[in-house]
Design a protein around this ligand. Structure first.
Ligand code: ZN
Length: 173
């Protein structure tokens, strides 16, 4: 089966922390290559995100930290990144408190940003980055609200999967 074959790519001795192959552009790929070399997870305390992006942090609780995305998706009015406080890579590892405390914190972040809480999209990638297209393995949820006006809502495109060994910007759609 394809799934079990994919699992053989996992290196248990040296777990992957980022996947530069899934970067959306060469600049981001370069940053990820440097993070990979450092061996330090960017979403763990003291990691690159805490060094470079503390001005993007909006709110937090015991389980989560919510920040604005440094590279929001095109056509998004809001793109929040919700980072789990504990380094986990699979949804099955999440505790009940982590699940239940997420949405109230997102609501709090929207309130702080003075954004209408009329609806949005919450999504997450978990596990093998060849399957998900994730760049950072440490579990994080994205919350996206597209740009809209009275009679027009823009399209926000998010990619899952599609990995073929090439950088994302060189892959066919
Ligand atoms: Zn981490």
């Amino acid at each position: 089966m394809a799934i079990s074959k994919m699992n053989t790519h996992e290196n248990i001795d040296k777990p992957k922390i980022v996947d530069p192959r899934n970067a959306r552009n060469p600049e981001y790929q370069q940053q990820l290559l440097e993070i990979e070399k450092s061996g330090k997870c960017p979403f763990c305390p003291g990691g690159q995100t805490f060094i470079d992006e503390s001005d993007m942090f909006i709110t937090d609780n015991e389980q989560w930290l919510v920040k604005q995305s440094k590279a929001p998706y095109a056509n998004s009015a809001v793109h929040l990144v919700c980072i789990l406080r504990t380094h986990k890579i699979r949804l099955g590892e999440m505790t009940e408190a982590e699940w239940t405390s997420l949405m109230p914190l997102i609501e709090q972040a929207l309130l702080k940003l003075n954004i209408n809480n009329d609806g949005g999209s919450l999504f997450v990638r978990e596990g093998a980055t060849e399957l998900t297209g994730a760049t950072v393995c440490h579990l994080h949820f994205n919350y996206v609200i597209p740009e809209s006006s009275e009679n027009d809502t823009k399209i926000v495109t998010v990619r899952f999967g599609g990995w073929n060994g090439a950088p994302e910007w060189e892959r066919p759609n």
